[in-house]
Design a protein around this ligand. Structure first.
Ligand code: RFL
Ligand code: PHB
Length: 396
């Protein structure tokens, strides 16, 4: 069977936040693109992942005309609570950052909004594709071959490929290993996350450090809570019946003043491992990596989706300059521009993870240093401001 040929300016691999934001940003500049996605639309719209959007990501959603539902259904918090030694400490993010807020709006809702908007504009998104392979990335006519959902082969001929296919996708692997400069840290912690049918036990997010391990209280709607506890990343979820999860949550989140965690039926649960990873080679020839394809952060800092959106904003501006003026300087500086901010996101995510998790391998001295660090954050305006400005998002 001969492959059907599709021609576009920018071939985008992956319909996660990076790929969808990019396609929307390019469309607004009159640059056509085609997205290919290995999962179905229902799968990408149903996967539970991130919850927190930085202020500028919220602003971007509005600028792109996709912020309406978020404005109605999102949770807008003025701060977060840090909890340790049974005491709660409120960090007023809005006041510390001159008006920026914490927005809790789930990633799959962002995806739904972007997909609906793009399709309504006539965008081409091929869902459920297989056997994706990149070719000619070192030439000025790169291409992506794939099998469409019905099995028919297709080739996407383009000027540029945007690898927005997450950590496990083929784009990064298409860069020869000898050219890839990569950095990684694997943590000895995992996160067990649950969704529970119970109204949020608190009006804002609670990040708790406890001798038994980290716990996080977040939310999805007025009826659904999202909760996480630190666990062994190798744990089988079968080792965690609901009663054990609730017992840990109660112990780790409890306070001296009798605050109560609301329980409800657990409707979803799973374990994720935690890593920090950066592939500094974000460009190779005509291939540009963006989002999780190029970098991973542990979720404690709530940065991954936001970093992905920042990459594609930089990439869209660079492509606009290239098509409008024939100026490739933005493309040449793409990696350096993104990496300056990515490494700060990596630092903050590592910092929040180290600060809040219990590490069996850490010495008693290191434990005391972490406690002192937390105490410093909640007692010094300068330290609290540093945490807050990173949490709500550094400038692009
Ligand atoms: P994604 O979302 O992984 O999307 C990549 C897409 O590419 C597709 N794909 C392919 N398509 C075609 N061909 C192939 N061969 C392909 N291989 C893969 C995949 O199916 C997928 O649809 O990457 P992207 O767009 O870079 O977005 C990154 C974010 O998803 C990620 O960083 C965040 O979810 C991280 N994260 C958080 N980020 C935040 O900003 N705030 C948070 O509060 C936050 N909380 C979290 C998180 C991630 C979590 N998990 C599950 C890892 C909480 C958790 C628990
Ligand atoms: C979430 O609601 O899923 C969430 C919130 C804050 C984080 C990570 C995840 O730091």
């Amino acid at each position: 069977m001969s492959a059907s040929k599709i021609r576009t300016k920018v071939g985008i691999i992956g319909a996660g936040p990076a790929g969808l934001f990019l396609s929307e940003l390019l469309h607004r500049q009159g640059i056509d693109s085609v997205i290919i996605e290995s999962r179905t639309r229902a799968e990408i719209e149903g996967t539970i992942r991130a919850g927190v959007l930085e202020q500028w990501t919220v602003d971007l959603m509005h600028q792109l005309g996709v912020g309406g539902r978020m404005a109605r259904e999102g949770h807008f918090h003025t701060g977060i609570t840090l909890r340790f030694k049974g005491q709660s400490h409120h960090l007023d993010m809005e006041e510390l950052t001159g008006g920026k807020k914490v927005t809790v709006y789930p990633q799959h809702e962002v995806i739904k909004d972007l997909v609906a908007h793009r399709l309504a504009q006539g965008a081409v998104i091929h869902f459920g594709v297989q056997d994706v392979a990149l070719a000619g990335i070192e030439t000025d006519r790169p291409s992506v071959s794939f099998a469409q959902a019905d099995g028919t082969p297709a080739v996407l001929d383009c000027d540029f490929i945007a690898g927005c296919d997450g950590f496990h996708g083929p784009s990064r692997q298409a860069i020869p290993a000898g050219h890839r400069r990569e950095f990684q840290k694997i943590y000895p912690y995992g996160w067990l996350g649950i969704l529970t049918e119970a109204p949020p036990s608190h009006h804002e997010l609670i990040y708790a450090r406890h001798d038994r391990g980290f716990a996080l209280l977040s939310m999805r709607s007025p009826e659904i809570q999202r909760l996480y506890i630190q666990c062994d990343p190798k744990d089988d979820i079968a080792l965690w019946p609901d009663e054990r999860i609730w017992s840990e949550l109660h112990q780790r989140l409890e306070t001296v003043d009798g605050w109560k965690l609301t329980e409800g039926p657990v409707i979803q649960k799973g374990i994720i491992a935690m890593r920090s990873f950066v592939c500094e080679t974000m460009r190779h020839g005509r291939l540009f990596l963006a989002g999780d394809a190029a970098h991973i952060v542990p979720p404690t800092g709530a940065k991954g989706l936001n970093l992905a959106a920042a990459d594609v904003l930089v990439l869209s501006r660079a492509l606009e300059k290239f098509y409008a003026k024939g100026d490739a300087s933005g493309l040449d500086s793409y990696a350096a521009t993104c990496l300056a901010r990515i490494w700060k996101g990596e630092r903050f995510s590592w910092y929040m993870t180290t600060l809040l998790h219990t590490d069996d391998e850490a010495s008693p001295f290191e434990h005391r240093i972490r406690e002192a660090d937390l105490d410093y954050v909640v007692s010094s305006r300068a330290a609290a401001t540093a945490l807050a400005e990173n949490y709500v998002g550094l400038p692009i």
